[in-house]
Structure formats: structure tokens, C-alpha cells
Design a protein around this ligand. Structure first.
Ligand code: NAD
Length: 484
């Protein structure tokens, strides 16, 4: 390691112990530029090959990830302080690559149009798709492997190369993932990870043709601005403050199950976690009692990572953000019905599922993204009021409705201003990954859908090649007209 590199080494905290037990050395700007130059050169052959070839290479990668599952799980578990989700994380590539490899070619074929102009029938046209040469992915810490590959896989299939910069908070999984990439030589030329923080993110933006960013609103704005300066497209998947509406006729048992899981799964560190619960006043008290009883049955995964339901905060500073929201809420009159502020256990920062009532829309816990296992519950009288409250936010990522019937849920869900609406349950967005499209409202994002057919089609520039089947028009015949 050179002296310069040592100076730039970044410490990485372990979320279970609070200790720094890992370091990363970000590449210099020149190193990122050199890497991306080589990737661009290799991308030419990658894009020229038939899509079926790329699909086959992605399937080989899926096999390699499957073989290295234990090492990846171990690293991501150390990154995140949780085991179950870390164990499932390699499936993002295993099933993601296999699934897109099977479905993608058909989607691309359908987008290739050929025909005759409806305006000028003597003009025939054919479309051509040209992949953006190099995608830059910048991803967050809450689902390190999954969110680093969710956009890269369809981009690779489209014919782009991809350079991924995951969060500096959770970089341990990169080593075993790079091992998997190295076992597939065709892929290793067009796919790589670089570790580092915001500065490395900026180096990536300076060297790519298109950016997929997942993270917070303030960073998303910086990324979009940097991309705009370079005139390259940016796709932003940002924060959320997802509401759920529970109607008078909802099944309280099912509703409390859905709300609890949707709010505290992964310690609430999911962009589309449920963060606001609006319950019709007639069932409010029964709903809250049941929710509190169920929340109290959940356990922390401390001291044994293989037991319990709720892991530590991955990012230490997030605990302080959530604590501050709880203080603000209590100061303004909210009641903590169960749970409470974060606790330091063995150096890790944990929070029990925390149910709040008597909340109002002037509280930070209702206005700001929480990213913790907090469930603020509010009463409403009419459905119109519930929709108004659900839409009173700067975000618009997703939402949910649990009602007495599917039709009632659909009717209310169609009035919520957000991209993914779960009906009769919460947090169903992942299910439509390869099937349906959704875009964000307001500050929750920008750009096309990362789901459904658009997921692949985002990575193409679209060309149209037009042929005139008659003689070209003679300019000398295009004279000015006499006055009418
Ligand atoms: P963050 O914005 O702090 O960081 C995200 C990434 O951006 C990291 O890799 C970071 O190193 C990088 N970065 C920081 N500054 C940069 C800069 N100036 N230029 C380029 N890159 C820079 O977000 P986070 O704290 O890691 O993640 C949590 C946030 O992510 C939450 O707001 C959450 O809602 C959001 N998120 C959204 C989705 C979604 O799909 N909409 C999914 C998961 C998480």
C-alpha cells in the first residue's frame, strides 16, 4: 500500500460491536478512469454478442454466486449485523440473473419495431437499440448485495458494462462478490465493484454514461446535479415515508400482522417500510392493543445473531436520527405504547419495535424518513380524510391499504400518490420486479421504472432507421404559396 493510499483508507464499523474491524482503500480518480477505460473497450464485444450469449454468461455468474454463498453470507452478515437476510441475499443474483436471462430477450425483441409510417406510408422504419456503454451504480447500506446488483443485472443483459460503488458503511460483501465475478472471465471484463465513499461515487459519475442511484434524497440531488452537468441520464431510487390505510371493516388480525411485518422487518431499514399507519377511529383502539401485543412478542437478535427478529441499526448514526424523532414526537404529545429509544447492547445499537399513538402531522416522525422499527398510528374518521393524510408528504415511494374487501382496498389504493401500492397486505413491491412497472412520486425518485420491462429498456438508446421507398422530394418543388 502506498503512503497516499494509506491516507485515504476508510474505517468500517461493525454494527454488532461498534468496533472498527475492517478498512477499505478507495481507488484514486486516475484508477477509476483507467478501470472504466478498459471496461469500455471490452463492452464493444459484449454489446455486439447476441443477447442470448449475455444471458448465458449471467447464468454462469448465478452458478458462481451459488457456490460462494457461504462466504457472501458471512461477509454481508458482518456488514449488517443480521443473519437471515444475509443468507438470502445471494438470491438477488442467483434468481435475478437467471430470471432476467430467461425473460429479458423476449422483452427486448418486443421493443424492436419495424413497419410503415402512418403519416407517410412510403416511409418504412426499423428500430435499433444501442446499449449505453457504461453504467455506474451507486448503492446504499440497507441491502448491500441486492441493491448493488438490482440495476446492474438488467443493464448487463442489455449490453452495458457496469461499475458498482456500494456504500462505504457495508463494503465487506464486495470481496466474495468479486471472487464470483473473477470465475466468469467474459463477465469480469464488463463488471466490477469499487469501494469508497461519496468522493468515489463522484469519480464513478465522471466516467460513466448512465447512473443508477439508490439512497437518500440529499445525496440523490447531488448525483442528479453531477449527471446533469455531464448530460447523462440518472435514475434515482430515494427515500420513502410509506403510509398504510386500515379501514373500519379490515380484519384486525391480518392488518396487525401486515403492519407489524411491514414496519419492522430488517429493523425498518427498508425504503418501502411502512412508516405511517392510519386506522379508522372505530377500530383504532382494538388495532393498537393487538399491534402492541404482537410487537412485544418480537425479540432482538442480541446476543445471539441466530435468534430473535430484530437486528441492530446497520449505520450507527441512524439510531440517533430515530431517537431524535421519538424525542420530538413525545415532546409534541405522542405516547410510546411499547418500545422506546435505542439501547447499546455490546456496542451494537438496537431498538425494540416501537408503537406510537397520539401522533400529529407536525411531528418529525410523520414528516421525515425514519428508517427504524417505529410504528406511528393515527386515527381518521372518513376515507377522504385518510387519503388526504396519506398524501400529505414530500415522498411517494409506495403505500398500502388493508380494507374489508379487495374492491374497497383498490378504490383507496388508486388514490394514494405513490408508485407501488400493496393491497390487503404491505410491502409487496419486490414481487413485481420482472413484471410490472412503477415510478416514484415527489421526492422519492426520478427516472423510469427499475421494475418490469423498463428495467432493461432504460439501458438502451433508441434509434430509428427510416427508408424512403419513393424518390426523395425535390426542394425546387417546395415553393412559397400565394396569399389565400
Ligand atoms: P446515502 O444517500 O447516504 O448514500 C447512498 C450512496 O451514495 C452511498 O454509496 C454513498 O457512498 C454514496 N454517496 C454519498 N455521497 C455521494 C456523492 N456526493 N456523490 C455520489 N455518491 C455519493 O444513503 P444511505 O444512507 O446509504 O441509504 C439509506 C437511504 O437509501 C434511505 O433514504 C433509503 O430510503 C434509501 N433507499 C432507497 C431505496 C429505493 O429503492 N427507493 C432502496 C433502499 C434505500
Amino acid at each position: 500500500m502506498t503512503a497516499d493510499q494509506r491516507r485515504n483508507t476508510l474505517p468500517v464499523r461493525n454494527p454488532r460491536t461498534g468496533e472498527v474491524d475492517y478498512h477499505i482503500t478507495p481507488p484514486t480518480a486516475e484508477e477509476v478512469a483507467a478501470k472504466t477505460k478498459a471496461m469500455r473497450a471490452a463492452q464493444v464485444d459484449w454489446a455486439a454478442a447476441p443477447i442470448e450469449h449475455r444471458a448465458a454468461v449471467l447464468k454462469k455468474w448465478a452458478d458462481a454466486v451459488e457456490k460462494n454463498r457461504a462466504a457472501i453470507t458471512k461477509a454481508e452478515s458482518a456488514d449488517t449485523g443480521r443473519y437471515r437476510i444475509a443468507k438470502e441475499s445471494p438470491d438477488a443474483v442467483i434468481w435475478g440473473a437467471r430470471g432476467w436471462a430467461d425473460k429479458g430477450p423476449e422483452i427486448v425483441k418486443k421493443a424492436m419495431l419495424e413497419g410503415t409510417s402512418t403519416i407517410m406510408p412510403h416511409i418504412k422504419f426499423r428500430s435499433q437499440l444501442k446499449a449505453y456503454p457504461l453504467l455506474g451504480v451507486i448503492s446504499p447500506w440497507n441491502f448491500p448485495l441486492m441493491l448493488s446488483t438490482i440495476d446492474a443485472i438488467p443493464a448487463l443483459l442489455a449490453g452495458s458494462a457496469a461499475i458498482i460503488k456500494p456504500s462505504e458503511v457495508t463494503p465487506r460483501f464486495v470481496e466474495p462478490m468479486m471472487e464470483t465475478i473473477q470465475t466468469v472471465p467474459e463477465l469480469a471484463k464488463v463488471l466490477t465493484y469499487v469501494v469508497g465513499g461519496g468522493e468515489t461515487g463522484q469519480h464513478v459519475i465522471e466516467n460513466v454514461d448512465i447512473v443508477c442511484f439508490t439512497g437518500s434524497v440529499p445525496t440523490g440531488r447531488k448525483v442528479a446535479e453531477a449527471c446533469a452537468r455531464r448530460f447523462i441520464p440518472s435514475f434515482l431510487e430515494l427515500g420513502g415515508k410509506d403510509p398504510v390505510i386500515v379501514t373500519e371493516n379490515a380484519d384486525i388480525e391480518a392488518a396487525t400482522d401486515a403492519v407489524l411485518r411491514g414496519s419492522v422487518y430488517a429493523t425498518g431499514q427498508i425504503c418501502f417500510s411502512i412508516e405511517r399507519v392510519y386506522v379508522q377511529e372505530k377500530i383504532h383502539d382494538a388495532f393498537v392493543d393487538k399491534l402492541v401485543a404482537k410487537a412485544e412478542q418480537l425479540e432482538l437478535n442480541y446476543p445471539d445473531i441466530h435468534r430473535g427478529h430484530i437486528g441492530p441499526f446497520i449505520f450507527g448514526k441512524q439510531a440517533a436520527v430515530v431517537d431524535e424523532q421519538l424525542d420530538d414526537a413525545v415532546k409534541r404529545g405522542a405516547k410510546i405504547r411499547t418500545g422506546g429509544k435505542s439501547q447499546n447492547l455490546g456496542g451494537g445499537l438496537y431498538m425494540r419495535p416501537t408503537v406510537l399513538t397520539d401522533v400529529t402531522h407536525d411531528m418529525k416522525v410523520i414528516q421525515d424518513e425514519t428508517f427504524g422499527p417505529v410504528i406511528p398510528v393515527m386515527k381518521y374518521k372518513t376515507k377522504a380524510e385518510a387519503v388526504k393524510l396519506a398524501n400529505d408528504t414530500i415522498f411517494g415511494l409506495s403505500g398500502a391499504v388493508i380494507a374489508g374487501s379487495d374492491e374497497e382496498a383498490y378504490e383507496l389504493g388508486s388514490q394514494i400518490d405513490a408508485g407501488g401500492i400493496s393491497l390487503q397486505d404491505t410491502t409487496l413491491t419486490g414481487a413485481i420486479l420482472r413484471d410490472a412497472e412503477k415510478t416514484s412520486f415527489n421526492f422519492s425518485g426520478m427516472g423510469g421504472s427499475r421494475m418490469g420491462p423498463a428495467s432493461i429498456m432504460r439501458f438502451y438508446r433508441k434509434k430509428a432507421l427510416m427508408t424512403n421507398t419513393l424518390k426523395p422530394q425535390d426542394m425546387r418543388e417546395i415553393r412559397e404559396l400565394p396569399a389565400a
